[in-house]
Ligand binder design. Sequence first.
Ligand SMILES: CC(C)(COP(=O)(O)OP(=O)(O)OC[C@H]1O[C@@H](n2cnc3c(N)ncnc32)[C@H](O)[C@@H]1OP(=O)(O)O)[C@@H](O)C(=O)NCCC(=O)NCCS
Length: 168
Amino acid sequence: MKKTVFKTRFLKKDEIISLTEEVKFFPDLIYVSERIWKKQKAHIFEVDNRFAGVIVAYQFNDWVKLGPLVILNKYQGKGLGKELLKYAIDRYSQKNIFINSTNPKVERIAASLGFKKKLSFLSLPQTVKIFLLKHSFEYVGIKTIREAIRKRLTGRRSKRLYFIRFSP
Ligand SMILES: CC(C)(COP(=O)(O)OP(=O)(O)OC[C@H]1O[C@@H](n2cnc3c(N)ncnc32)[C@H](O)[C@@H]1OP(=O)(O)O)[C@@H](O)C(=O)NCCC(=O)NCCS
């Protein structure tokens, strides 16, 4: 049986390289700056002592934004994405939680974990809107724009959806 472990730690250099390579081929993740992977400790999933996936959490006020969320290709489709998201949600159960994604798998997981779907940026709480705008100013650069155009031309992507779960 495979040994699976969750850890909260900084990503290693070779893990960031694998993530950057794989993200190039994911239609639903446009681009993730190395600064995002390096900036803080992330929640990491290991299978048999090998890095399998990661989720980044940003805390602001009484909120936490979860994502980017990535399960490396060879580990996808085995329930690990849902496990990792559940793990992160448990850690922040006292906070309001926010996720946004165009990936239908994320929509399915979020619905099964009690998140409410919001269809537009404008319908989000003010604090979340301000956070997202600041985050975009900090991280959206020329590479993000280039990748957004490339992926728009070459792949399929569903509409961006927002998911919210208020603290109990
Ligand atoms: C999105 C991602 C994290 C999901 O992880 P995963 O391990 O592949 O997903 P899981 O095996 O946990 O499956 C999640 C659910 O999606 C469902 N699913 C699978 N394919 C699906 C599809 N095409 N459409 C909708 N739901 C789908 C599964 O049945 C499962 O639901 P269930 O538990 O009710 O059966 C992973 O695929 C990934 O890293 N993708 C690339 C990066 C990305 O797009 N990240 C999200 C943007 S932040």
